[in-house]
Design a protein around this ligand. Sequence first.
Ligand SMILES: Cc1cc2nc3c(=O)[nH]c(=O)nc-3n(C[C@H](O)[C@H](O)[C@H](O)COP(=O)(O)OP(=O)(O)OC[C@H]3O[C@@H](n4cnc5c(N)ncnc54)[C@H](O)[C@@H]3O)c2cc1C
Length: 289
Amino acid sequence: MKPPPFDYHSPRSVGEALEILAATGRDGKVLAGGQSLIPMLNMRLAAPGHVVDINRLTELAAVTVGPDGVRTGALARHAQVERSGPVAAAQPLLRRALRLVAHPAIRNRGTVVGSLVHADPAAELPAVLTLLGGSVRLARRGAVRDVPAARFFTGPLESAAEPDELAVSALFPALPPRSGTAFHEVARRHGDYALAGVAARVRLDDDLRVAAAEVVCVNAGPVPELVDVTGDCGHRAPGTADWGAAARAVRDRIDPEADIHASAAYRRHLAGVLAERALRDAATEAAGG
Ligand SMILES: Cc1cc2nc3c(=O)[nH]c(=O)nc-3n(C[C@H](O)[C@H](O)[C@H](O)COP(=O)(O)OP(=O)(O)OC[C@H]3O[C@@H](n4cnc5c(N)ncnc54)[C@H](O)[C@@H]3O)c2cc1C
């Protein structure tokens, strides 16, 4: 299939891009890596009158690592972020999650910020942003705002980004001390979207007992939601915490849907199994093991 006709814009600066988006409004669509938008155009699931290609805006390709975490610009590709040593040191969950995203060819073009704006409940990065309490920076002509992950994902394939806004970057916060993370998922074939997946984070207190245990599940509801299981696993050392009870709590609190790939009951079961594994691994990492 060929896409429906559209006017193509290739702005040379962020300011020019924002002018075009202000003029095109609901009829405009940003093109970043194109790994989701181009298939949607070809399948006629989207028919914008204007496509605003941001690939010349190289100033948006920066990935910066600071005390507050990792900030990825709108043109930072999955592969660029995945391969960065400083990113892996500052926020290891990003590399773990990105290795589960599609195939290398797609990761060479797809962008981290594009994946967040696309807001697919089956995608890994929205779960990571939600678990870490990150945010997305949105710019429109004359204004910039930071939207926390908890308010950014508004529905399946829907985000808080308005048609005249460009997502310029995303912040993935660093972890507090004595914290660990893990990401586990099951897909029918490597590189496919996951049937179910779980990102987990565990923080220990000064006595090395569990102070916080949280997960976000992939493909478990319309938007990624933080599930706090701190009260379920018990305020104990990682080796004696009740991770089984935490996993049962995850199963009870998610709302997966059935589709041609898996029933809702199977997804719920899978999420519980993966949650237990991910929480154990995150706790082991938090304990320094
Ligand atoms: C075969 C295949 C398998 C895949 N498997 C996975 C997978 O397992 N897990 C996964 O997470 N993803 C997967 N993807 C999707 C991939 O990760 C995409 O790269 C990602 O979802 C979108 O990033 P993009 O840069 O390509 O965005 P685009 O395709 O360019 O854009 C996607 C949407 O976001 C909007 N957008 C993009 N950037 C901005 C911006 N800066 N500001 C405002 N709006 C913006 C666009 O207008 C569009 O609506 C797969 C894709 C393919 C083709």
